[in-house]
Design a protein around this ligand. Structure first.
Ligand code: GLU
Length: 490
């Protein structure tokens, strides 16, 4: 066994927000580094100047931080490392393994067409490889455009032992001939920058999506030309939607940070994404990050595509919400209530209902959210569930007050009765309120006749928490107030 410390890297291109697939790559690198007590490098591959944007880089970092993927080294930006690439490129130019290619687009296109006609796969025919030093000098002096190509040995079998996919073999003749590694100004293309960086940054293990398998032989050829060690590879399977098509927005997959905005908990996503292509081989689906790290084995990742199922994510999120301490859950929910303009923060732990201007304490909000902890699937639902506690006027149709086939008169009487009952309650305690109301309801021909109109009158909703909880938390005055308003509707 090698005693070398494991070092992995996550190398996103900042050309978009961090999405699920890239998060999975980052997470698996993190899990492996943690498990092996190794190190994690964050490298921003921003060589594409047109498409790389700072805002995407920021999104990638805030998203990783949110979900709990920590890096030990970096961020390193390829745009700040041109001297390093130049150094390695010059080595290859000097040793003749890389040469300038002056072929024009037109010429390359013409070659490609001829190859097509001969039913041959497209390849660079190596015309510029055989130019003499004088010819090259002259062409450069004449100001001709060029790129740098690396010489690809032909007919050689390159074999890699992928930690997930097993043995993979490539024939160097299938690569398409000598390929471009850098531009005229010595700026590198992806494969070259990647190999140089992995070596220069001491990366021992490359863990990435299997859409990069086709780059692997090229990267090995570059490593061999540079005479540097080749890292270990592990290519993770693709992620598909439940319909087996490429994962997209249609399947509910959005950028990672949007899940935060929709009210998913970071531990739930950590848990859910860890299971995209790996599983601990048990029935259980809920694991803390620590437990996942403890159980994680790169070799146990599946070869076949992973399936992204948003319903499973909702289920896992619900489980995390239920197991959260109510104080923490309340802290998590408050920003959503503020965002929806239901609450306003006056000072820390002190809030105001925007509509009624009434002050609301953290404890009161905590009690209200406590009523919904069991059924909350994601935090952004909280507003529509609890808004009625903070409203001045409830908007509902009077028909909603009607229990089954009851007549309007009966409903009026029922609400009247609730008013009288509440007026008579001396000790405003939840158990007391419940006991008295249930007692009265049982005395009627149907419990619902008392409890349904009461619940609608205090919540204005078809579905809500129990009338006892609502009445208790609203307080006597407000509960009576709402019942009287209900009466007026009739
Ligand atoms: N920058 C590449 C990407 O975002 C990563 C390549 C790699 O991991 O080697 O797909």
């Amino acid at each position: 066994m090698s005693l070398k410390k494991i070092r992995v890297r996550f190398a996103p291109s900042p050309t978009g927000n961090l999405h699920i697939g890239a998060t999975r790559t980052a997470l698996f690198n993190f899990l492996y580094a943690q498990k092996m007590k190794g190190e994690f490098v964050l490298r921003i591959e921003d060589t594409d100047k047109e498409r790389s944007k700072e805002e995407y880089e920021d999104d990638i970092m805030r998203s990783l931080e949110w979900i709990g993927v920590k890096w030990d080294l970096g961020p390193f930006r390829q745009s700040e490392r041109s001297d390093v690439y130049k150094k390695y490129l010059n080595k290859l130019i000097e040793s003749g393994k890389v040469y300038p290619c002056f072929c024009t687009k037109e010429k390359l296109e013409e070659n490609r067409k001829k190859q097509q006609e001969r039913k041959e796969p497209p390849r660079y025919e190596g015309d510029c490889a055989s130019l003499s030093e004088e010819e090259r000098k002259k062409m450069i002096e004449d100001g001709m455009d060029f790129v740098f190509r690396i010489k690809v040995p032909q007919g050689k079998i390159v074999e890699i032992q992928d930690k997930i996919k097993g043995k993979i073999e490539f024939n160097t003749s299938d690569i398409g001939g000598d390929f471009v590694v850098a531009k005229k100004d010595l700026s590198p293309l992806y494969n070259f920058a990647c190999v140089v960086d992995d070596y220069d940054m001491g990366v021992t293990d490359v863990i990435r999506g299997d859409d990069h398998i086709s780059n692997t032989p090229k990267q090995i050829i570059i490593s061999e030309a540079l005479n540097i060690p080749i890292p270990s590879f592990a290519h993770l399977p693709l992620i598909l939607g439940p319909d087996k098509n490429k994962l997209s927005k249609r399947h509910g997959a959005v950028s990672l940070y949007e899940y935060k905005e929709q009210g998913y908990l970071p531990e739930a996503l950590f848990n859910f994404i860890s299971l995209l292509g790996w599983n601990p081989g048990t029935e259980e689906e809920i694991y803390s990050p620590e437990k996942i790290i403890e159980m994680f084995l790169l070799e146990k990742c599946q070869k076949s595509p992973a399936v992204f199922d948003i319903e499973k994510l909702k289920y896992i999120n619900g489980r995390y919400i239920r197991s959260r301490k109510i104080e923490q859950l309340t802290k998590d929910c408050i920003p959503f209530l503020v965002k929806e303009n239901i609450l306003k923060e006056l000072s820390s732990n002190n809030y105001q209902a925007v509509e009624t201007k009434k002050e609301v304490s953290f404890k009161e909000i905590e009690q209200i959210i406590g009523l919904y902890q069991e059924r909350l699937k994601y935090l952004s639902e909280v507003g529509e569930l609890v808004d009625y506690f903070f409203k001045e006027e409830l908007e509902y149709e009077k028909e909603l007050l009607f229990w089954k086939n009851a007549e309007e008169e009966e409903i009026k009487k029922s609400i009247d009765k609730s008013i009288k009952i509440l007026l008579n309650i001396k000790e405003w305690e939840k158990e007391k309120i419940e006991e008295i109301l249930i007692g009265e309801a049982n005395r009627m021909k149907n419990r619902g006749l008392l409890l349904w109109p009461l619940r609608v009158a205090v919540s204005g909703k078809k579905a809500s928490a129990s009338p006892f909880d609502i009445v208790y938390l609203l307080g006597k005055e407000e509960a009576l107030n709402r019942l009287k308003k209900a009466l007026k509707k009739l």
